[in-house]
Design a binder for this molecule. Structure first.
Ligand SMILES: *Cc1c(COP(=O)(O)O)cnc(C)c1O
Length: 350
């Protein structure tokens, strides 16, 4: 056995397949903005741009550094989805031909200076109440009502198509579009929106988590990252013994325990409960006891074959990241974006 490490193997062929699946849900007229904020949801921004540039129509980011990095290797449209806030930033947008979002009246005075030089996405608040101009304040942005610009909004409940807020948001979005004289392009869907409400795709869809295979209700999309580490010890415990920090669990049968070289400092959730499934030698086995910084423990009593050096997979193409997220009341977005730098990366099919 060589010195073990936790590993992340990201297969961009899986990401491109996911993109094709999502595109097939959407009308051809809707352009696909691949969202690559937060280091491409943990999939490495630079690699993502190389691997996905030909599969998307544009990229969405939230930091100026990200936007500039994307521009270095792509000529596609780039959108700063949460706007910019200084004249230095606006100058950088102009220099690098980057689009930006206007979401509040406070941004207006500075933005007006650039109204003829940049593409603006005007964000309207339709009910999420995070970012966005109020419907009745839209008329203060008339300088931006033009067909090269885009009217946008964001859905609060797109993962739950039954929630009535969706309908209300679509209704208000349509009202806003009427208020701007139907003079702009439109964009309201994220990944869940694309799967649940493709009839609202309009001119641009903004797709993040779905590309990476983190949409829990659509399992034909595959988790594109294989997160794994090796077993470094095996314990044979007698019934009645307790496991790990806090002795959280007291076992009620003789138990064989595998100790795996990965912990919360790698990005495995510290709050993971007993019974969270991982995969060893293609069999599903549960974690047992509290996850520590560098190690976690797995109940392998039922495995016929399992030795030190065997790989333990936490999530992969074959074991959806959503299973772990749902078991632990987390979301795939958080698991993906919190994988730590010490995990060894490998990229396939870039
Ligand atoms: C992150 C983000 C998206 C992408 O959302 P997913 O659920 O990952 O598809 C779309 N639009 C905005 C404004 C975002 O911030």
């Amino acid at each position: 056995m060589i010195q073990p490490n936790s590993e992340l193997i990201i297969d961009y062929e899986l990401v491109r397949n996911n993109i094709q699946i999502i595109r097939s849900q959407l009308p051809d007229s809707s352009k696909f903005m691949g969202i690559v904020k937060s280091n491409a949801y943990g999939h490495d921004l630079e690699t993502a741009i190389k691997a996905l540039n030909d599969s998307v129509d544009g990229f969405g980011v939230v930091r100026m550094e990200e936007a500039q990095m994307v521009r270095q290797s792509s000529l596609k449209p780039i959108l700063m989805m949460q706007g910019v806030y200084s004249s230095e930033s606006y100058d950088l947008l102009e220099k690098n031909n980057i689009w930006t979002v206007l979401h509040s009246l406070a941004q207006l005075p500075l933005a007006l200076k650039y109204k003829d030089d940049l593409i603006f996405w005007l964000k309207v608040n339709t009910g999420m109440n995070r970012l966005g101009v109020e419907l009745n304040k839209l008329d203060q942005f008339t300088d931006f009502f033009k067909s090269s610009n885009v009217l946008m909004s964001h859905l609060a409940c797109s993962d739950n198509p039954e929630d009535k807020l969706n309908k209300e948001q679509f209704f208000r979005f349509n009202e806003a579009w009427t208020n701007v004289g139907k003079s702009m392009q439109r964009s309201i869907l994220n990944s869940n929106g694309a799967m649940n409400f493709p009839e609202h795709a309009y001119d641009w869809s903004r797709i993040g988590i779905g590309m990476y295979g983190g949409l829990s209700n659509f399992l034909n999309l595959k988790t594109a990252m294989r997160f794994r580490s090796q077993i470094v010890a095996v314990q044979n415990l007698k019934s009645g013994e307790r496991v790990g920090y806090g002795g959280r669990i007291k076992i009620s049968r003789d138990t064989k325990l595998a100790i795996v070289y990965c912990g919360y400092a790698d990005g495995f959730p510290q709050t993971a409960v007993d019974g969270t499934y991982v995969s060893i030698n293609d069999q599903m086995v549960p974690i047992l006891g509290r996850v520590s910084m560098d190690l976690l423990s797995i109940d392998i009593t039922n495995l016929s074959q399992c030795v030190i050096g065997d790989w333990c997979e936490f999530w992969s193409e074959d074991l959806s990241i959503n299973a772990n997220a749902e078991k632990n009341n987390l979301i795939s977005y958080e698991l993906m974006s919190k994988l730590s730098p010490r995990v060894k990366r490998q990229y396939l099919n870039v």
